[in-house]
Design a protein around this ligand. Structure first.
Ligand SMILES: *Cc1c(COP(=O)(O)O)cnc(C)c1O
Length: 226
């Protein structure tokens, strides 16, 4: 069985090749190693192989793992965040990819201010209007953009999406295109840059890179199946 270090090697190569294919600089694509459900020993193996950026989807799990690993690691929250966990989460995360409502954005802004922090956030977009998924609907985001930009503690990086699962990555390409085009439109509308696109997972990260992803969130292809 391939080791975590081997898997990381393969993923990094595939990222570089996808970037090259689409005329992009590989350094413009970050790899977020999604370590949810895997123990800190597995994360340490990835750290030993040079990985320092990790993603978790639950605050509780992050709170358990973060203290037992190097303080030099950067953690990104990628799962739905309940308002009552914001205060615990903010001091230990480098960024939150799952800001999925104006209410949560307001809470992060207020608590960020109380804690003296300027949280880095991505706005999660529910592109297929799936009722089972969180996220802003595109029209809603356009309407609420001014209010989001007025939340002056938030350091809005860009957009994030989790498209409907399709084993055939080509089927997902259109969602990545829609997210990029929405980003382009919001940049014009809001008059502020939204440079980051958090999109692409184990089965479709190469397509996401071809469509402009700046951070791919890869779990099972690194750590194994969950
Ligand atoms: C679990 C998860 C991932 C990683 O999924 P894999 O298919 O294991 O690569 C990426 N993004 C989010 C939001 C996740 O919850």
């Amino acid at each position: 069985m391939a080791s975590i270090a081997d898997n990381l090697d393969v993923i990094r190569t595939r990222i570089a090749e996808a970037a090259k294919r689409s005329g992009r600089d590989a350094a413009a694509v970050e790899l977020l190693a999604v370590s949810k459900t895997f123990p800190s020993e597995a994360i340490q193996e990835a750290v030993d192989a040079g990985q320092t950026l990790f993603g978790e989807n639950k605050v509780q799990e992050l709170l358990a793992k973060q203290p037992v690993l190097s303080s030099k690691l950067r953690w990104h929250l990628i799962g739905h965040l309940q308002s009552n966990k914001v205060r615990k989460c903010l001091p230990i995360v480098d960024a939150i990819h799952s800001v999925d409502s104006i209410g949560l954005a307001r809470d992060i802004n207020r608590i960020g201010s109380e804690l003296g922090l300027f949280p880095k956030v991505y706005l999660e977009v529910n592109l297929a209007a799936e009722s089972t998924k969180h996220g802003f609907k595109p029209d809603q985001l356009k309407e609420e953009l001014d209010e989001l930009y007025a939340l002056d503690r938030l350091f809005i990086q860009g957009l994030m999406c989790i498209p409907p699962f399709d084993a055939n990555a080509e089927q997902t390409r259109r969602y990545f295109v829609v997210l990029r085009e929405l980003r382009d439109e919001l940049q014009v509308r809001g008059g502020a840059p939204l440079p980051k696109l958090s999109m692409g997972m184990s089965h479709d990260f190469e397509v996401a890179i071809e469509e402009g992803s700046t951070m791919v969130r890869v779990g099972s292809a690194i750590f194994g199946s969950r």
